[in-house]
Structure formats: C-alpha cells, structure tokens
Write a protein that binds this ligand. Structure first.
Ligand code: PEP
Ligand code: MG
Length: 927
C-alpha cells in the first residue's frame, strides 16, 4: 500500500475541475476559494479514499489518511485562530458528503463537530450566548447520533417535542437556553441508551467516526436506490468525498441568517436572484422545511447591505461558472459566507429561458445554450395546465414549487403512494406535511406532490422539479393527519382516496378533478429550437395521419410528414362499411364499385394533408396492415350467426303455424297474434342476413393467418389486390393535381411498405406511372412526386442496391425492422420476456424503444451505403418510433440519414436531439 498517496486537499490546493476525485461539492469549494469568494476554510478527503475504505472488508481508513487529516486540522486552526477541542476558543467543523454527481439529500451531513461539554462552555464564553451554544450542541448530538451512530430520529424528536410542549414553545426559536440545555442532556441520554456507550467527547474521535459514516452512506440503501433510479453508473460517480469545513453560524442572533438561493428563478428562469432565508437559523432549517422561510426580497428591507453583497456574489458566480448556480449562504453577525454552489437544477421552462437569455447576455454561446438542455426534458414543456375556462374555487394556496397541473387521489405517505400508484396503477398525489429523502419512492409513484410546510427550496420542491412533477409546497392552510389519513383545510377536509387537483404553476389546491389543457410553446422555446434547426443536419418530419395531427406537428416545427398511415383513414365509421364491402367483394367489378366510392374520400384526405403541410413534403404510405383487420371478429360472427339461425327457426315455425291455421279451429285473437309474429320476423329477411354473415365468415376464415404481422400485408396486398393500391395512388395524384391547380405548393411522396424484392417495387411503380400519365393528361399538367420504399424487412436492407434503382427515397420502418431483426414480435415481446431481458441484462435496452445500433443499426448502415452507391442522392430517413428518441437520432445523424420522422409531440425533442447530434459530432476547432 502506497502511504504517500495524497487523500486530503486544502480548499486552496484541490483541483476545482476534478469532480471525480473531490466530488462536486469539494471541487466547487476549492474552485470558489481559488476565485476569491468568501468560503469558510476547509479541506476535502477524496473519493479515492472512500473507495479504498469501502473495499476493505474490515472497513479501515487507508493508511496515512488520518495523519493527513490531522495535518489539515492544524492548518485550519492556524487559518481560523481557533483550536480543535480547545475549550477556550473552540474550532467547530461540518462534515459533509459530496460525490461527483449531485444527489440532493441522498447522503449525510454532520454539523458543529468538535463540541463536547468543555468546548461548549468555550463557545458560550466566546459568544456570550448560552442559548446559541446549547442550540448548536443539541443539533450536533442529534445529527451525529443519527448519521454516525445510527440512532433513529424519532427518539430525539420525541424528547424534543416533550420539551417544546412543556415550554409552550410553538417553534424552536421560542425555546430558552435552559430548555435547550435540558434538550442536550436528554439527547445525550438518548444516544447512550440507544448505543450502550456514552456520547464520544474527543473531537478527533468524533471526526474519524464522522468521516467513516459519510463514506458508509455511499453504500447505504438510500444512495444506492437513488443511483439506480437516475442511472448513475460508477464511471459517472464512484464513492463520495468528505468535506470538512469550518462552521459559520447563521443562528447567532438577528444579524445572522442562513439561506439558499438560485442566481435565476428555477421555476420560470427569470433573471432575478431567487431564494429564501431564515434569520437566526442554520442551513438545515431551510432545506428541511421545518420553518417557512422568507423570500430574498425581504432581505433588501431587513439587511440592505447584505442584500447588495448577495447580488455581487451572484454576479461573480454566474460570470465565473457561466451557468445558473444554486448556492447556500450564511450570514454570521453581518459577515456573508458562501458555503456551496452547484449548477442549478431547474425545470425545462426555466432551462430554456435561461439558455436564451444567457446567450443574449454573452455568457454562453448558442451551441452551449442548446447543449445544456437534455432533449427529453422538453417533454416537461408539454405539461398540462388547468383549463382556464373551468371556474373552480381553490381550497388552499401554497407556493408554486414545480409547474404543471395534475389530479389524483390523495395519499398521505410514500408507501401508500407506491402501493396505490405503482402497484394498482392509480393516479395519486402525495400529500405530506413535509417530505424527507426517504420518501423518494413515493415521488416516483405520484403524479404530483403537495406539502403543507416548507419553501420552494425544500426537499419536496427540489426533487419534484428535478422529476418534472407538479408540486405545491408550504400550503399552510392544510393540516395533515397522517394517522387518520386525512387533511383538514378550513371547514372541509379530504381523505385518502378523495380526488384533488393541484396546480404547481399557481400554487393552488382544489378538491375534485379539474380538466387540464395542453400548454403553448414559450417564445424562448421557439428561439431555441430555431437555433437547433440552424445547427442540425437532420430534418425533423412528423408521423401524422390527420389534418389535426399535421397542424399540431407543424406548430411543433415539423418540416413535412414522413409517414401518413393510410389505414387510419379507413377506420372511420362512415368508411368502414365500404372498406368491408371492398374486401368481401367476390368479383373485380364489385370491388371496383366499392373502391370508386372510397376514392373521393381518400382524395379529400390527401388534399387536406397537402394543404396543411404546404409547401413541405407529405409522404403517404400505401395500405399496410393485413386487410382482415378491417373485418369483424370471427367469434363474434359465429355467435351472431347462431342467433340468426335460431331466429330463422322460430320464423319458420311461425310460418308453418300460420299455414296450419286454416286447418285449426283457432280463435280470432290467436290468428291475429300469429299473423303479427309472421310480419315481425320475415323469414326471407333473416335468410338473407344469414347468407351475408356466412359469406363474411367464409371470407374471414379465408383471410385468417396464424402470423398476420408476417403475412398478407404491405406490398403483398398491393400484389394481390392491385386495385386497392391503384385507388390510393390515383387519390394521391389527383389530390396533388387539384392542390397545384388551386395554387397550393405540394410535394407528394408515395411510399410502399414491407417491400422485400425490387420486382414488387417495379410492379407498384408501373401502376404509379400509368396513373400519373392519365392524371397528367386530365389535369393538363404532370404532378411532380417522389416514389420510394419503406425499408423494414431484412431482405430489403440486403437488396438495398437494387431497390435504389427504383426508389428515390428509403424510409426505415424500424418498428418492423427491429421485429424482423430480432424475431421478437412487436405485439407481444414487451409484455412477455423483454422486461426480464432488460432487468437481467440479457439486453441493455428495449429495442422497440431504443434503436439497437449494433444489429438493426448495422443493417441500416449497410442499406444506406449500398443504396447510395447506386443512387448518390438517395434521400434516406426513419419513421419508426425510434425517430423521436434522442440516442437513436444521434445514430441516425452518424449514419448519414437526411431526416427523422416522429409523432407530433416529440418533434421539439427530435429537433433539439438533431442539433445535439450535429454539435457533438462536429470536430472541435483545435482538434
Ligand atoms: C415501422 O415499421 O417502423 C413503421 C413505421 O410502420 P408501422 O409501425 O406502421 O408498421
Ligand atoms: Mg412497419
């Protein structure tokens, strides 16, 4: 073992860029110190030390570490002029965790370390403030007891509540020095009872135990779960660093305070310092949401000098980091300290606004403005908001902590939220007094979070914002009773299972469900996506089948339709009977008759799409699904047939009876009844119905396939029922001709699905060419169009060179191509074996979600290469679901595709992802 390894770094010396070694917080403290911010002196113990410690079965600190820590403590003593353990002038420190990736609230912090009964008296003498001294001590005993010695919080909370009750104190600040001294004594006893040992008094021993506890917290359940949930892998963060920092106190009277702030508003992005503070309090009070803090605007009134200093600090932070910072500060008797800063976690609305504004302020470039936003996160901007036309009375008002609106049933603890939300698939809203890190599983299972205490920087608010879930925090009008699973608000109440609605944008809480509407794009998002389009090489088109879809896709910035699935147009109530007639037709004439009725309807469909998308291209795919999908279900038909047969039997019986009437001496009334029955059920009508159903059943059985997705579909239909494809081609070309005639610029593209041989493509091309000539003659002008093929079967990839002879474009149908490559049914795999494959690592991702670059991607690359070898200007895109997935888009960029096409709401995500792909693959200027 190398005993000369440097594990410990003073803030003046550590490399502020080495987050892996020093953790995010430690690296930052070093960097802040080195750029001249007022940071309390301290040092960092590296993540390497943590890993060595955890690797050792006996959990021993690496050799040499303690000596280095002691050396740094001596340096701290010199810098502060205080002594660690010195009763006359004691130095106190905080011990904080900090890994390379920010994991808010997931690991542990100990404050006021170095206190014991002797140093406590020193603190009291130095500050002349016994209340302050006992308050610091009781906080230390509880935190150290909990974090380092594993004593449960409840044991302390119980004692503290008893003391508060006896003292008639509503808040902690109402407690006197004597009350707090009593608290310390009781807390020391709590620790001794729980551990069987007296509370450790030697500061160096306390420090060593604390360092080990922070290291251990890296492998604690909470941290492990968090890393799993957010896919934090060891190469992103491995081990936690330990930061040992001189304590500064925000609870040394009314000229002291503590707070957290964002350099810009993390909910809206507004360029204004945003945060909260508490006078005479410690940092944990703000973060834990125990007391409701004041907004920073108040500081301008209460401590104007410090408000100015804080503004200066904000400017320094932003101009150095060139990123919105989330920082903690403490004011100790009029002196401002910056304790920590990190890149601010913001919702996407704020990310987008700050990107655009920081670019305009010259803080960042357009490229940086784009790259700091994860494409997937734009989904948050599609959050619903409450329908403004619905008038509803809010029952409570809290802080708008994370935007968006949601309805769901109220639940009052995280386990119930998980049980009902995840387990039973119900929409739940987690309602808590305040939340703690251990509630995290409840967050995942909930639509939204509501707390009755805490500020906008409380745990609930920070976590909800990160997850993009609506959150209302600090709705103090609500009083939560966890045991009775109900909350009272004013004169009313709601219980577990009652539906409530919260609006995280306004902070309002409603009883019952309120409808929501889709949000609009912000102007900043338009600007940002405009920049994205400038940078990207891939064009983003949309998969849209209806004019409404197309309109929305256009609003989202799609520059064309890459896939219009024509089967959706057949499923309309008015058309389905004609489609069925067309399918069951026994003769070509009868089929043509039905198709003739479909033609004008389809022509109108295409006309509308062309018009909405003009002047962008619209790619229409000829009919794809197996046609039996349009026919009724076999079992339903069988049941109806047997009912009809029974009816026919009764009808026949009635007829026979009527015939026999003459022979009978039947009464007049019986004759009348039989006659009526005969009229009601006309046997010939029933027989006709039976014949029709039988014909349909025969057709259904004839078209039956065991494996329809690999069967009579796509271009195979075009081969067996050419008149269907002909009708569609005619409808496309005529619609285009009509549009052109009325001055609408159109760029129709006809694409053929499921092609596997060039002969199929040639055949369809023949129909197209002959219809095109006809239409051109009729309209007096040829319509320009493109003809191409889907590439969605493996053979099409292998025969890409010959397909390129006929096709002007290729469009990868990666849904089918994935199915075909893996031989995994796209209908079943995801509900059957794929989850197990993913969980057990047999396959890293679900290939129907994330394009399988190694298999499907390889086929695509070959097809592009071979296709372009024959036709260099071959236009190539993707229209499977992967077309909206950022990682898949990056692959499409690398593979040299021209466009991606995805569902309308994913278009903004795809636009940003396309820009990311281009920026990340662009050679760096000096490389
Ligand atoms: C595909 O297979 O990827 C495709 C776009 O077609 P569909 O999903 O309609 O089969
Ligand atoms: Mg397909």
């Amino acid at each position: 073992m190398d005993t000369t390894t440097q594990y410990v770094f003073a803030f003046e010396d550590g490399d502020g860029k080495d987050k892996k070694l020093l953790g995010g917080k430690g690296a930052n403290l070093c960097e802040m110190t080195q750029i001249g911010l007022n940071v309390p002196p301290g040092f960092v113990i590296s993540t390497a030390a943590c890993l060595e410690y955890l690797d050792e079965p006996k959990r021993a600190l690496p050799p040499g570490l303690i000596e280095q820590v002691h050396e740094q403590m001596r340096a701290l003593e010199q810098k502060t002029g205080k002594g660690f353990g010195d009763p006359d002038n004691p130095l106190l420190v905080s011990v904080r965790s900090g890994s390379a990736m920010s994991m808010p609230g997931m690991m542990d912090t100990i404050l006021n370390l170095g206190l014991n009964s002797a140093t406590l008296q020193g603190v009291i003498r130095a500050t002349d403030d016994p209340r302050f001294g006992y308050d610091a001590y009781r906080r230390f005993i509880q935190l150290f007891g909990k974090v380092a010695l594993g004593v449960p919080d409840e044991a302390f909370d119980k004692e503290f509540a008893a003391i508060k009750e006896a003292a008639h104190a509503k808040q902690d600040v109402d407690l006197s020095a004597t009350d707090l001294r009593e608290t310390c004594e009781r807390f020391l006893k709590v620790v001794e009872d729980a551990t069987g040992h007296p509370f450790p008094t030697d500061p160096y021993q306390q420090l060593e135990i604390a360092i080990k506890a922070v290291f251990n917290s890296w492998s604690g359940k909470r941290a492990v779960d968090y890393r799993k949930q957010f896919h934090i892998t060891p190469d992103m963060a491995n081990g936690t660093a330990v930061n040992v920092v001189t304590m500064v106190f925000g609870n040394r009277g009314d000229d002291s305070a503590t707070g957290v702030a964002f350099t810009r508003n993390p909910a809206t992005g507004e360029n204004k310092l945003y945060g909260e503070y508490l006078v005479n309090a410690q940092g944990e009070d703000v973060v834990a949401g125990i007391r409701t803090p004041k907004p920073l605007d108040r500081l301008k009134v209460e401590m104007p000098d410090l408000a100015d200093q804080l503004d200066e600090l904000r400017d320094k932070l932003e101009s150095h980091y060139r990123e919105v910072q989330d920082f903690e500060f403490t004011i100790e008797q009029g002196q401002l300290y910056c304790l920590q800063t990190r890149n601010g976690k913001m919702n996407t609305v704020a990310m987008v606004r700050t990107s655009v504004e920081m670019e305009r302020e010259g803080l960042i470039t357009k490229e940086q403005a784009l790259l700091r936003i994860a494409p997937e996160s734009l989904e948050q901007m599609l959050f619903p908001r409450l329908d403004p036309n619905v008038k509803a009375e809010a029952v409570a008002q809290g802080l708008p902590a994370s935007p968006g609106a949601a309805s769901g049933i109220a639940v009052f603890d995280a386990d119930r939220a998980e049980h009902l939300g995840k387990g039973q698939g119900l929409k739940v809203i987690l309602v808590r007094e305040e939340t703690k890190p251990e509630d995290i599983h409840g967050f995942f299972a909930s639509e939204a979070i509501l707390t009755s205490r805490g500020g906008k920087t409380s745990h609930a608010a920070v976590v909800a914002r990160g997850m993009g879930k609506p959150c209302v925090a600090g709705a103090e009008g609500i009083s939560v009773d966890v045991d009775r699973r109900e909350a009272r608000v004013g004169l009313t109440s709601f219980k577990e299972g009652d539906v409530i609605t919260i609006d995280g944008t306004s902070g309002k809480v409603y009883l019952g469900a309120i409808p929501t509407v889709e949000p609009d794009f912000t102007p900043e998002l338009h600007t940002l996506l405009g920049w994205a389009d400038e940078m990207s090489k891939l064009k983003v088109l949309a998969n849209a089948d209806t004019p409404d879809d197309a309109r929305r896709a256009r609003r989202y910035g799609a520059v064309g339709i890459g896939l219009a699935r024509t089967e959706r147009m057949f499923n309309d109530v008015e058309r389905l009977p004609i489609v069925i007639e067309m399918i069951v037709a026994e003769t070509p004439e009868a089929r043509q008759e039905a198709l003739d009725r479909l033609l004008p309807l389809q022509r109108q469909d295409f006309h509308d799409l062309f018009e909405v998308m003009s002047p962008h291209p619209v790619t229409i795919r000829l009919l794809d699904p197996p046609i039996h999908e349009f026919l009724p279900d076999e079992h339903v038909l069988e049941r109806e047939l047997s009912e009809l047969r029974a009816l026919a039997q009764s009808a026949r019986g009635v007829t026979v009876l009527a015939g026999a009437m003459g022979l009978l001496h039947a009464s007049e009334s019986l004759r009348r009844e039989v006659e009526t029955a005969r009229h009601m059920v006309d046997p010939t009508v029933v027989e006709e119905a039976i014949a029709k159903k039988e014909a349909m059943l025969k057709k259904v059985r004839a078209l039956y396939e065991t494996n329809p997705m690999l069967g009579h579909r796509g271009v195979r239909l075009g081969m067996t029922f050419p008149e269907i494809y002909r009708m569609q081609v005619r409808a496309i070309l005529e619609a285009a001709a009509e549009c052109a005639k009325s001055g609408i610029e159109v760029h129709p593209q006809i694409k053929v699905p499921q092609v596997c041989t060039v002969q199929e493509l040639r055949k369809v091309k023949e129909y197209v060419d002959s219809i095109h000539t006809e239409v051109a003659a009729r309209y007096g002008k040829p319509v320009r169009f493109q003809f191409g093929t889907m590439i969605e079967v493996v053979r099409a990839c292998m025969r890409a060179d010959s397909l390129a002879e006929e096709a002007e474009f290729f469009s990868f149908g990666t849904n089918d191509l994935t199915q075909a490559t893996f031989s995994f049914s796209r209908e079943d795999a995801e509900n059957k074996f794929l989850p197990l494959y993913n969980q057990s690592g047999l396959l890293q991702d679900n290939p129907f979600d994330v394009l399988d670059v190694k298999g499907v991607g390889k086929l695509m690359q070959l097809a592009v290469e071979w296709g372009r070898a024959v036709k260099p200007d071959l236009h190539v895109g993707i229209c499977g679901e992967h077309g909206g997935h950022p990682a898949s888009i990056a692959f499409c960029h690398q593979a040299g595709l021209d466009y991606v096409s995805c569902s309308g709401p994913r278009v903004p995500i795809a636009r940003l992802a396309a820009a990311h792909a281009a920026l990340k693959s662009a050679p760096t200027p000096n490389a």
